[in-house]
Ligand binder design. Structure first.
Ligand SMILES: Nc1ncnc2c1ncn2[C@@H]1O[C@H](COP(=O)(O)OP(=O)(O)O)[C@@H](O)[C@H]1O
Ligand SMILES: CC(=O)N[C@@H](CCC(=O)OP(=O)(O)O)C(=O)O
Length: 287
């Protein structure tokens, strides 16, 4: 008797939550949401399954998720096994030919396919590709002495749009082709921003391992302007891996993406919180 009362109470709460979500679902109806899943946000099989479930639920609600992933920690692990040293400059991995070979193997292989499998395991239909497929991301060499690190030069999002139109969930590894047959290692955030701009996405969610962009006191800044980002970077408050994220956010909004949110992907149901509730998670950057 007690148990059935509890089930009834929980069911009433669930029905209320679904009802509250209706205006948010209507607001995002038919929209394209690019989600960057960082290596740190894929910390456990449970976290991956929870993310996959959110993505499948989005698709079920006629919201079109496009996943662009990273995998820095997984690349580090493989480079270590192979005894290949690695260093980062301003959040980007200096990449010689041997490093790029490992990056492509890890990202297009195990990481990409484990996300695809997690989404399919929740009843979605995910397709894994890299930025090299169908000329999605043609790159030029990035500035600085970074070796084979690419900056997206042209994005042709036709293949992504075709997958979306067919009800698939694209899962994209951040590699790009060069005009002379090179393979470029592209920072996952940079790739996500370029693809979001190429798709004129409604929103770009950059999932990471912190609540958002923090100020000098360590408090999360919920809404950021371009000027604030530039000042915080000059002051060294925005540093390391947060630099490509905030620069990506600025490039994306300038490139036509309506809003970018930098948020904690380790928080359970992070994407649902952001899209389908009134609670705005993380730091939002708008045009
Ligand atoms: N101002 C800042 N606010 C928040 N995080 C910052 C800031 N400056 C630097 N960071 C660092 O950026 C990290 C996120 O970047 P990164 O480790 O590359 O994440 P991911 O692997 O998810 O792409 C945070 O864990 C934090 O250590
Ligand atoms: C050029 C560059 O830095 N490429 C990244 C690509 C993976 C990535 O961005 O992974 P996270 O999102 O997990 O950090 C790298 O080699 O680590």
């Amino acid at each position: 008797m007690e148990k059935s009362k509890a089930v009834k109470r929980d069911s009433i709460t669930t029905a209320k939550i679904l009802s509250d979500a209706l205006p948010h679902m209507q607001r995002h109806d038919g929209s394209i949401i690019v989600i960057k899943l960082g290596g740190h946000a894929m910390s456990s099989p449970e976290a991956m399954a929870s993310f996959a479930r959110d993505v499948v639920l989005m698709r079920q609600c006629n919201v079109n998720p496009v996943i662009v992933h990273g995998g820095g920690p997984m690349i580090n692990e493989m480079l270590k096994k192979l005894d290949i040293p690695s260093e980062f400059v301003n959040g980007k991995r200096v990449s010689d030919a041997a490093t790029v070979e490992v990056v492509e193997m890890v990202l297009s292989g195990k990481v990409n396919k484990s996300i695809v499998q997690a989404i399919n395991g929740q009843g979605g239909r995910a397709v894994g590709i890299s930025g090299k497929d169908a000329n999605l991301m043609v790159c030029t060499q990035a500035e600085g002495d970074l070796g084979l690190v690419g900056d997206p030069h042209t994005v042709d999002a036709t293949v992504v749009q075709s997958l979306i139109n067919d009800g698939m969930i694209p899962v994209i590894a951040p590699l790009g082709a060069g005009a002379n047959g090179e393979t470029f290692n592209v920072n996952g955030d940079t790739a996500a921003g370029a693809i979001a701009a190429g798709l004129h996405a409604d929103r770009l969610l950059l999932l990471t391992d912190v609540e958002g962009v923090k100020d000098a006191e360590g408090d999360v800044i919920t809404s950021l302007t371009a000027e604030q980002v530039e000042q915080l970077t000059r002051d060294g408050v925005i540093a390391g891996g947060m630099i490509p994220k905030t620069q990506t956010a600025l490039d994306a909004v300038r490139g036509g993406v309506k809003a970018v949110v930098i948020m904690n992907g380790q928080q359970e149901n992070a994407c649902l919180l952001e899209l389908f509730t009134t609670y705005g998670a993380g730091s939002m950057i708008r045009a």
